[in-house]
Design a protein around this ligand. Structure first.
Ligand SMILES: [Zn+2]
Length: 311
């Protein structure tokens, strides 16, 4: 039997390619979600607003070299997504119609202006030693009543990679959740999980998130007993009552994240690693090593010339 050199080279290439795809597969980071509402809980901030319309000013750094205007649209979609989730919850679950008057009212400006409840701005770099990757919410409060909030959103990861639109919207959803009075949840598939691994596909707001918001705004039905807040605002994490199923709330086409490559779990990992390797300067070295391997695999081996000796 004769093994052809071509078959052998194809075999080597096949091994090389499957090795690469296996390596990419290892970085798959979206675990299958198991839903069990009895084990999920969400902690509350311990403070609440004494108003239901939250005016939010988004200040855009229009002239900054690192600024990408699509981050504004991502954040506005996150605000719209929260408003829709709250409305859906108020009209679909008995006893929570009071929530329908809670909403964000966004305005956009290139300059800070007075008179808003929440101020949101962007910075290029990550925000230091916080539990959040890329986002930070600071709350000013008095006697457990929120006076105002400021949200800082980073546009680039720690290694300098610009966030995808999906990451910006997901991180904005998380920070806006803090301004509504919810802290964090023990469910890793949630928007309010404290750790976030970019890139990640579109996240949805759950009934647990909005139930947490409803707990912080339950004063709406009995404003006379608003003070002192710590008398009625739960200090322990809350769990869903049995009549509310744990589910993700629908989002309209207008506020849904655009279906880009980054929203496909496999593509998002491939794109991330190509960007990561490019930014860190590893990509050229990797391409060189792979080229050498392919060259070695395909290079035709010189056959030894047989010298016929004359008798
Ligand atoms: Zn957080």
């Amino acid at each position: 039997m004769i093994k052809s050199g071509k078959t052998k080279n194809f075999f080597l290439l096949f091994l090389l390619c499957s090795g690469l795809f296996l390596a990419i597969g290892i970085f798959e980071i979206n675990p299958a979600q198991v839903q069990n509402q009895n084990t999920y809980h969400i902690a509350l901030e311990g403070s609440t607003w004494n108003r239901t319309i939250l005016r939010i000013l988004l200040t855009t750094p229009n002239h900054a070299s690192w600024w990408n205007p699509s981050y504004l649209n991502d954040t506005l979609r996150a605000i719209g997504q929260w408003n829709e989730a709250i409305q859906y919850f108020a009209s679909n679950f008995t006893g929570y119609a009071f929530l329908s008057i809670v909403k964000f009212e966004p305005s956009v400006s290139s300059q800070i202006q007075p008179g808003f409840n929440i101020y949101l701005n962007w910075t290029e770099n990550e925000l230091g030693n916080t539990e959040d990757i890329g986002g930070l919410t600071t709350t000013t409060e008095q006697g457990n009543v929120v006076i105002n909030c400021s949200i800082n959103l980073a546009t680039h990861s720690q290694v300098g990679i610009p966030f995808f639109d999906s990451d910006m919207q997901n991180i904005a959803l998380h920070e806006l959740g803090h301004t509504l009075g919810i802290l964090c949840t023990n469910n890793t598939g949630e928007i309010m999980t404290p750790l976030y691994s970019p890139p990640s596909s579109a996240k949805l707001i759950s009934t647990l998130d909005v139930y947490g918001v409803a707990s912080a705004f339950s004063w709406i039905t009995s404003f006379n007993s608003f003070y002192p807040v710590n008398k009625w605002l739960p200090s322990q994490p809350v769990i869903l009552p049995s009549n509310i199923p744990y589910e993700f709330l629908p989002v309209s086409h207008q506020n849904a994240q655009p279906q880009t490559l980054a929203n496909n779990s496999y593509a998002e990992n491939i794109v991330f690693w190509v960007e990561f390797l490019t930014y860190t300067g590893i990509l050229p070295i990797l391409i060189l090593v792979i080229s050498i391997l392919i060259f070695v695999a395909l290079y035709p081996k010189k056959k030894k010339k047989k010298v016929r000796l004359t008798p």
